[in-house]
Design a binder for this molecule. Structure first.
Ligand code: 6PG
Length: 252
């Protein structure tokens, strides 16, 4: 079931995502005793993570942090202390300020050879989710962003990972950015119980429109793959990303 929710501002999007995070964490812990959440990288989530970490905001005190397992949708092939690291961004904005047990923080080892990092992370997923052979983890919440080219996680247009169905995590060569990324694969994104895609700003409007265009091809607009999910997918966007222009005042 997918829903597009348009908010007036990027701050309203950040607050809505924080509220979704709080609700998903509480519901998962109430139902299963623990919550597995995957964080998005990039810059959009920074405000959400800061809201979750802020004791003056209503979220932090209501989240069972000690029952959370924190993962990532993707990671850059850099060391965890590098500015490009998605782990570093989440550590600085959120994890350094909330009591998630260290053993519950499952970063992708961007400092290792990409194939080794993907293999080790897949082993971590299998262990943590107690997966049978061929099993796919069902994250309680998957936070994702949207790139201007329509990518999500590190599933970029025209890259091999888009067709990967046999692994949970892969090293994905992204020639258009002259890099390799670590990313969860499509089966994992589609297995998530609850997906929130956040997109703000006019620079995302074309990508969002392409995702929702009839016959959108995930090889061209990768985030369109989320429209195949059998679970809840909420697109939380602001007016600029939704390409909605304010209506002129009704003529008197
Ligand atoms: C990453 C993210 C990526 C991100 C989009 C949007 O590693 O960069 O996981 O998928 O969500 O690129 O990035 P912004 O939020 O910076 O626009």
């Amino acid at each position: 079931m997918e829903t597009v929710i348009v908010y007036e501002t990027d701050d309203a999007v950040a607050r809505a995502v924080a509220a979704a995070f709080q609700a998903a964490a509480r519901d998962a812990v109430a139902a299963r005793g623990t919550a597995h959440v995957a964080l998005s990288g990039g810059s959009t989530p920074r405000r959400t993570y800061a809201l979750l970490a802020d004791a003056a905001e209503p979220f932090r005190a209501r989240i069972p942090w000690d029952r959370l397992h924190v993962w990532w949708s993707d990671e850059r092939t850099v060391a965890p202390d590098q500015p490009e690291s998605n782990y570093r961004m989440a550590r600085e904005t959120l994890l350094a300020h909330v009591p998630v047990p260290e053993r519950h923080i499952h970063r992708m080892a961007g400092e290792l050879g990409p194939a080794d990092a993907a293999r080790l992370h897949e082993e971590d997923l299998v262990r943590a989710f107690r997966l049978a052979s061929g099993g796919v983890p069902a994250f309680d919440l998957m936070l994702l962003g949207l790139g201007e080219d329509g990518h999500t996680a590190s599933l970029f247009p025209g890259t091999r990972a888009l067709d990967e169905r046999g692994h949970l995590v892969v090293a994905n060569r992204v020639d258009q950015h002259h890099t390799t990324r670590l990313t969860l694969t499509v089966p994992v994104l589609l297995a998530a119980r609850d997906v929130v895609v956040m997109a703000t700003g006019a620079s995302k409007a074309a990508a969002l429109a392409a995702v929702f265009a009839p016959g959108a091809d995930p090889h061209v607009s990768p985030a369109a793959v989320l429209r195949c999910s059998a679970h809840r997918v909420r697109w939380m966007v602001d007016r600029d990303a939704a390409f909605i222009r304010p209506q002129p005042p009704a003529s008197a």
